[in-house]
Design a protein around this ligand. Structure first.
Ligand code: SF4
Ligand code: SF4
Length: 120
């Protein structure tokens, strides 16, 4: 279980002072061996609500009312549950992240990389 998560992607609607206010996120990466190809699939650009990747995640924000719901999560102070399909990461067990702490980097071209990725 992820006990702490920091995130530098401050343009994401869920980002609150480098903490993530989503209750759950999904990280993508498939069979990559490189951390640079992982990304937070829950990232939503707060300026223009662009979603960088079509990815199946539970707390998808796709409308203004959803955005208001997301903003309502600002009282959430724990780390989100982290689902992940980067199966070649040492921390991945059955599509869940088991790293004690996770760091997500600032977005680059709409993708916020998981720095904690560790190849098996
Ligand atoms: S990019 Fe991902 S981890 Fe970072 S604040 Fe947004 S949803 Fe949370
Ligand atoms: S550390 Fe590995 S398993 Fe955890 S979210 Fe990052 S890429 Fe996925």
């Amino acid at each position: 279980m992820v006990e702490s998560l920091t995130c530098q992607a401050t343009k994401c609607i869920y980002n609150n002072q480098n903490q993530c206010n989503a209750t759950a996120i999904n990280v993508g990466g498939d069979m990559t061996q490189h951390g640079s190809e992982t990304f937070c699939g829950t990232y939503v650009d707060k300026e223009n609500m662009l979603e960088p990747e079509a990815y199946d995640f539970d707390n998808k924000v796709s409308s203004k009312s959803d955005m208001e719901t997301a903003e309502g999560l600002t009282d959430f102070h724990g780390a989100p549950a982290v689902g992940c399909n980067a199966l070649k990461c040492e921390h991945n067990h059955d599509y869940k992240c088991h790293a004690s702490s996770v760091k997500i980097l600032d977005e680059n071209d709409g993708r916020a990389e998981c720095e904690t990725f560790k190849p098996e």
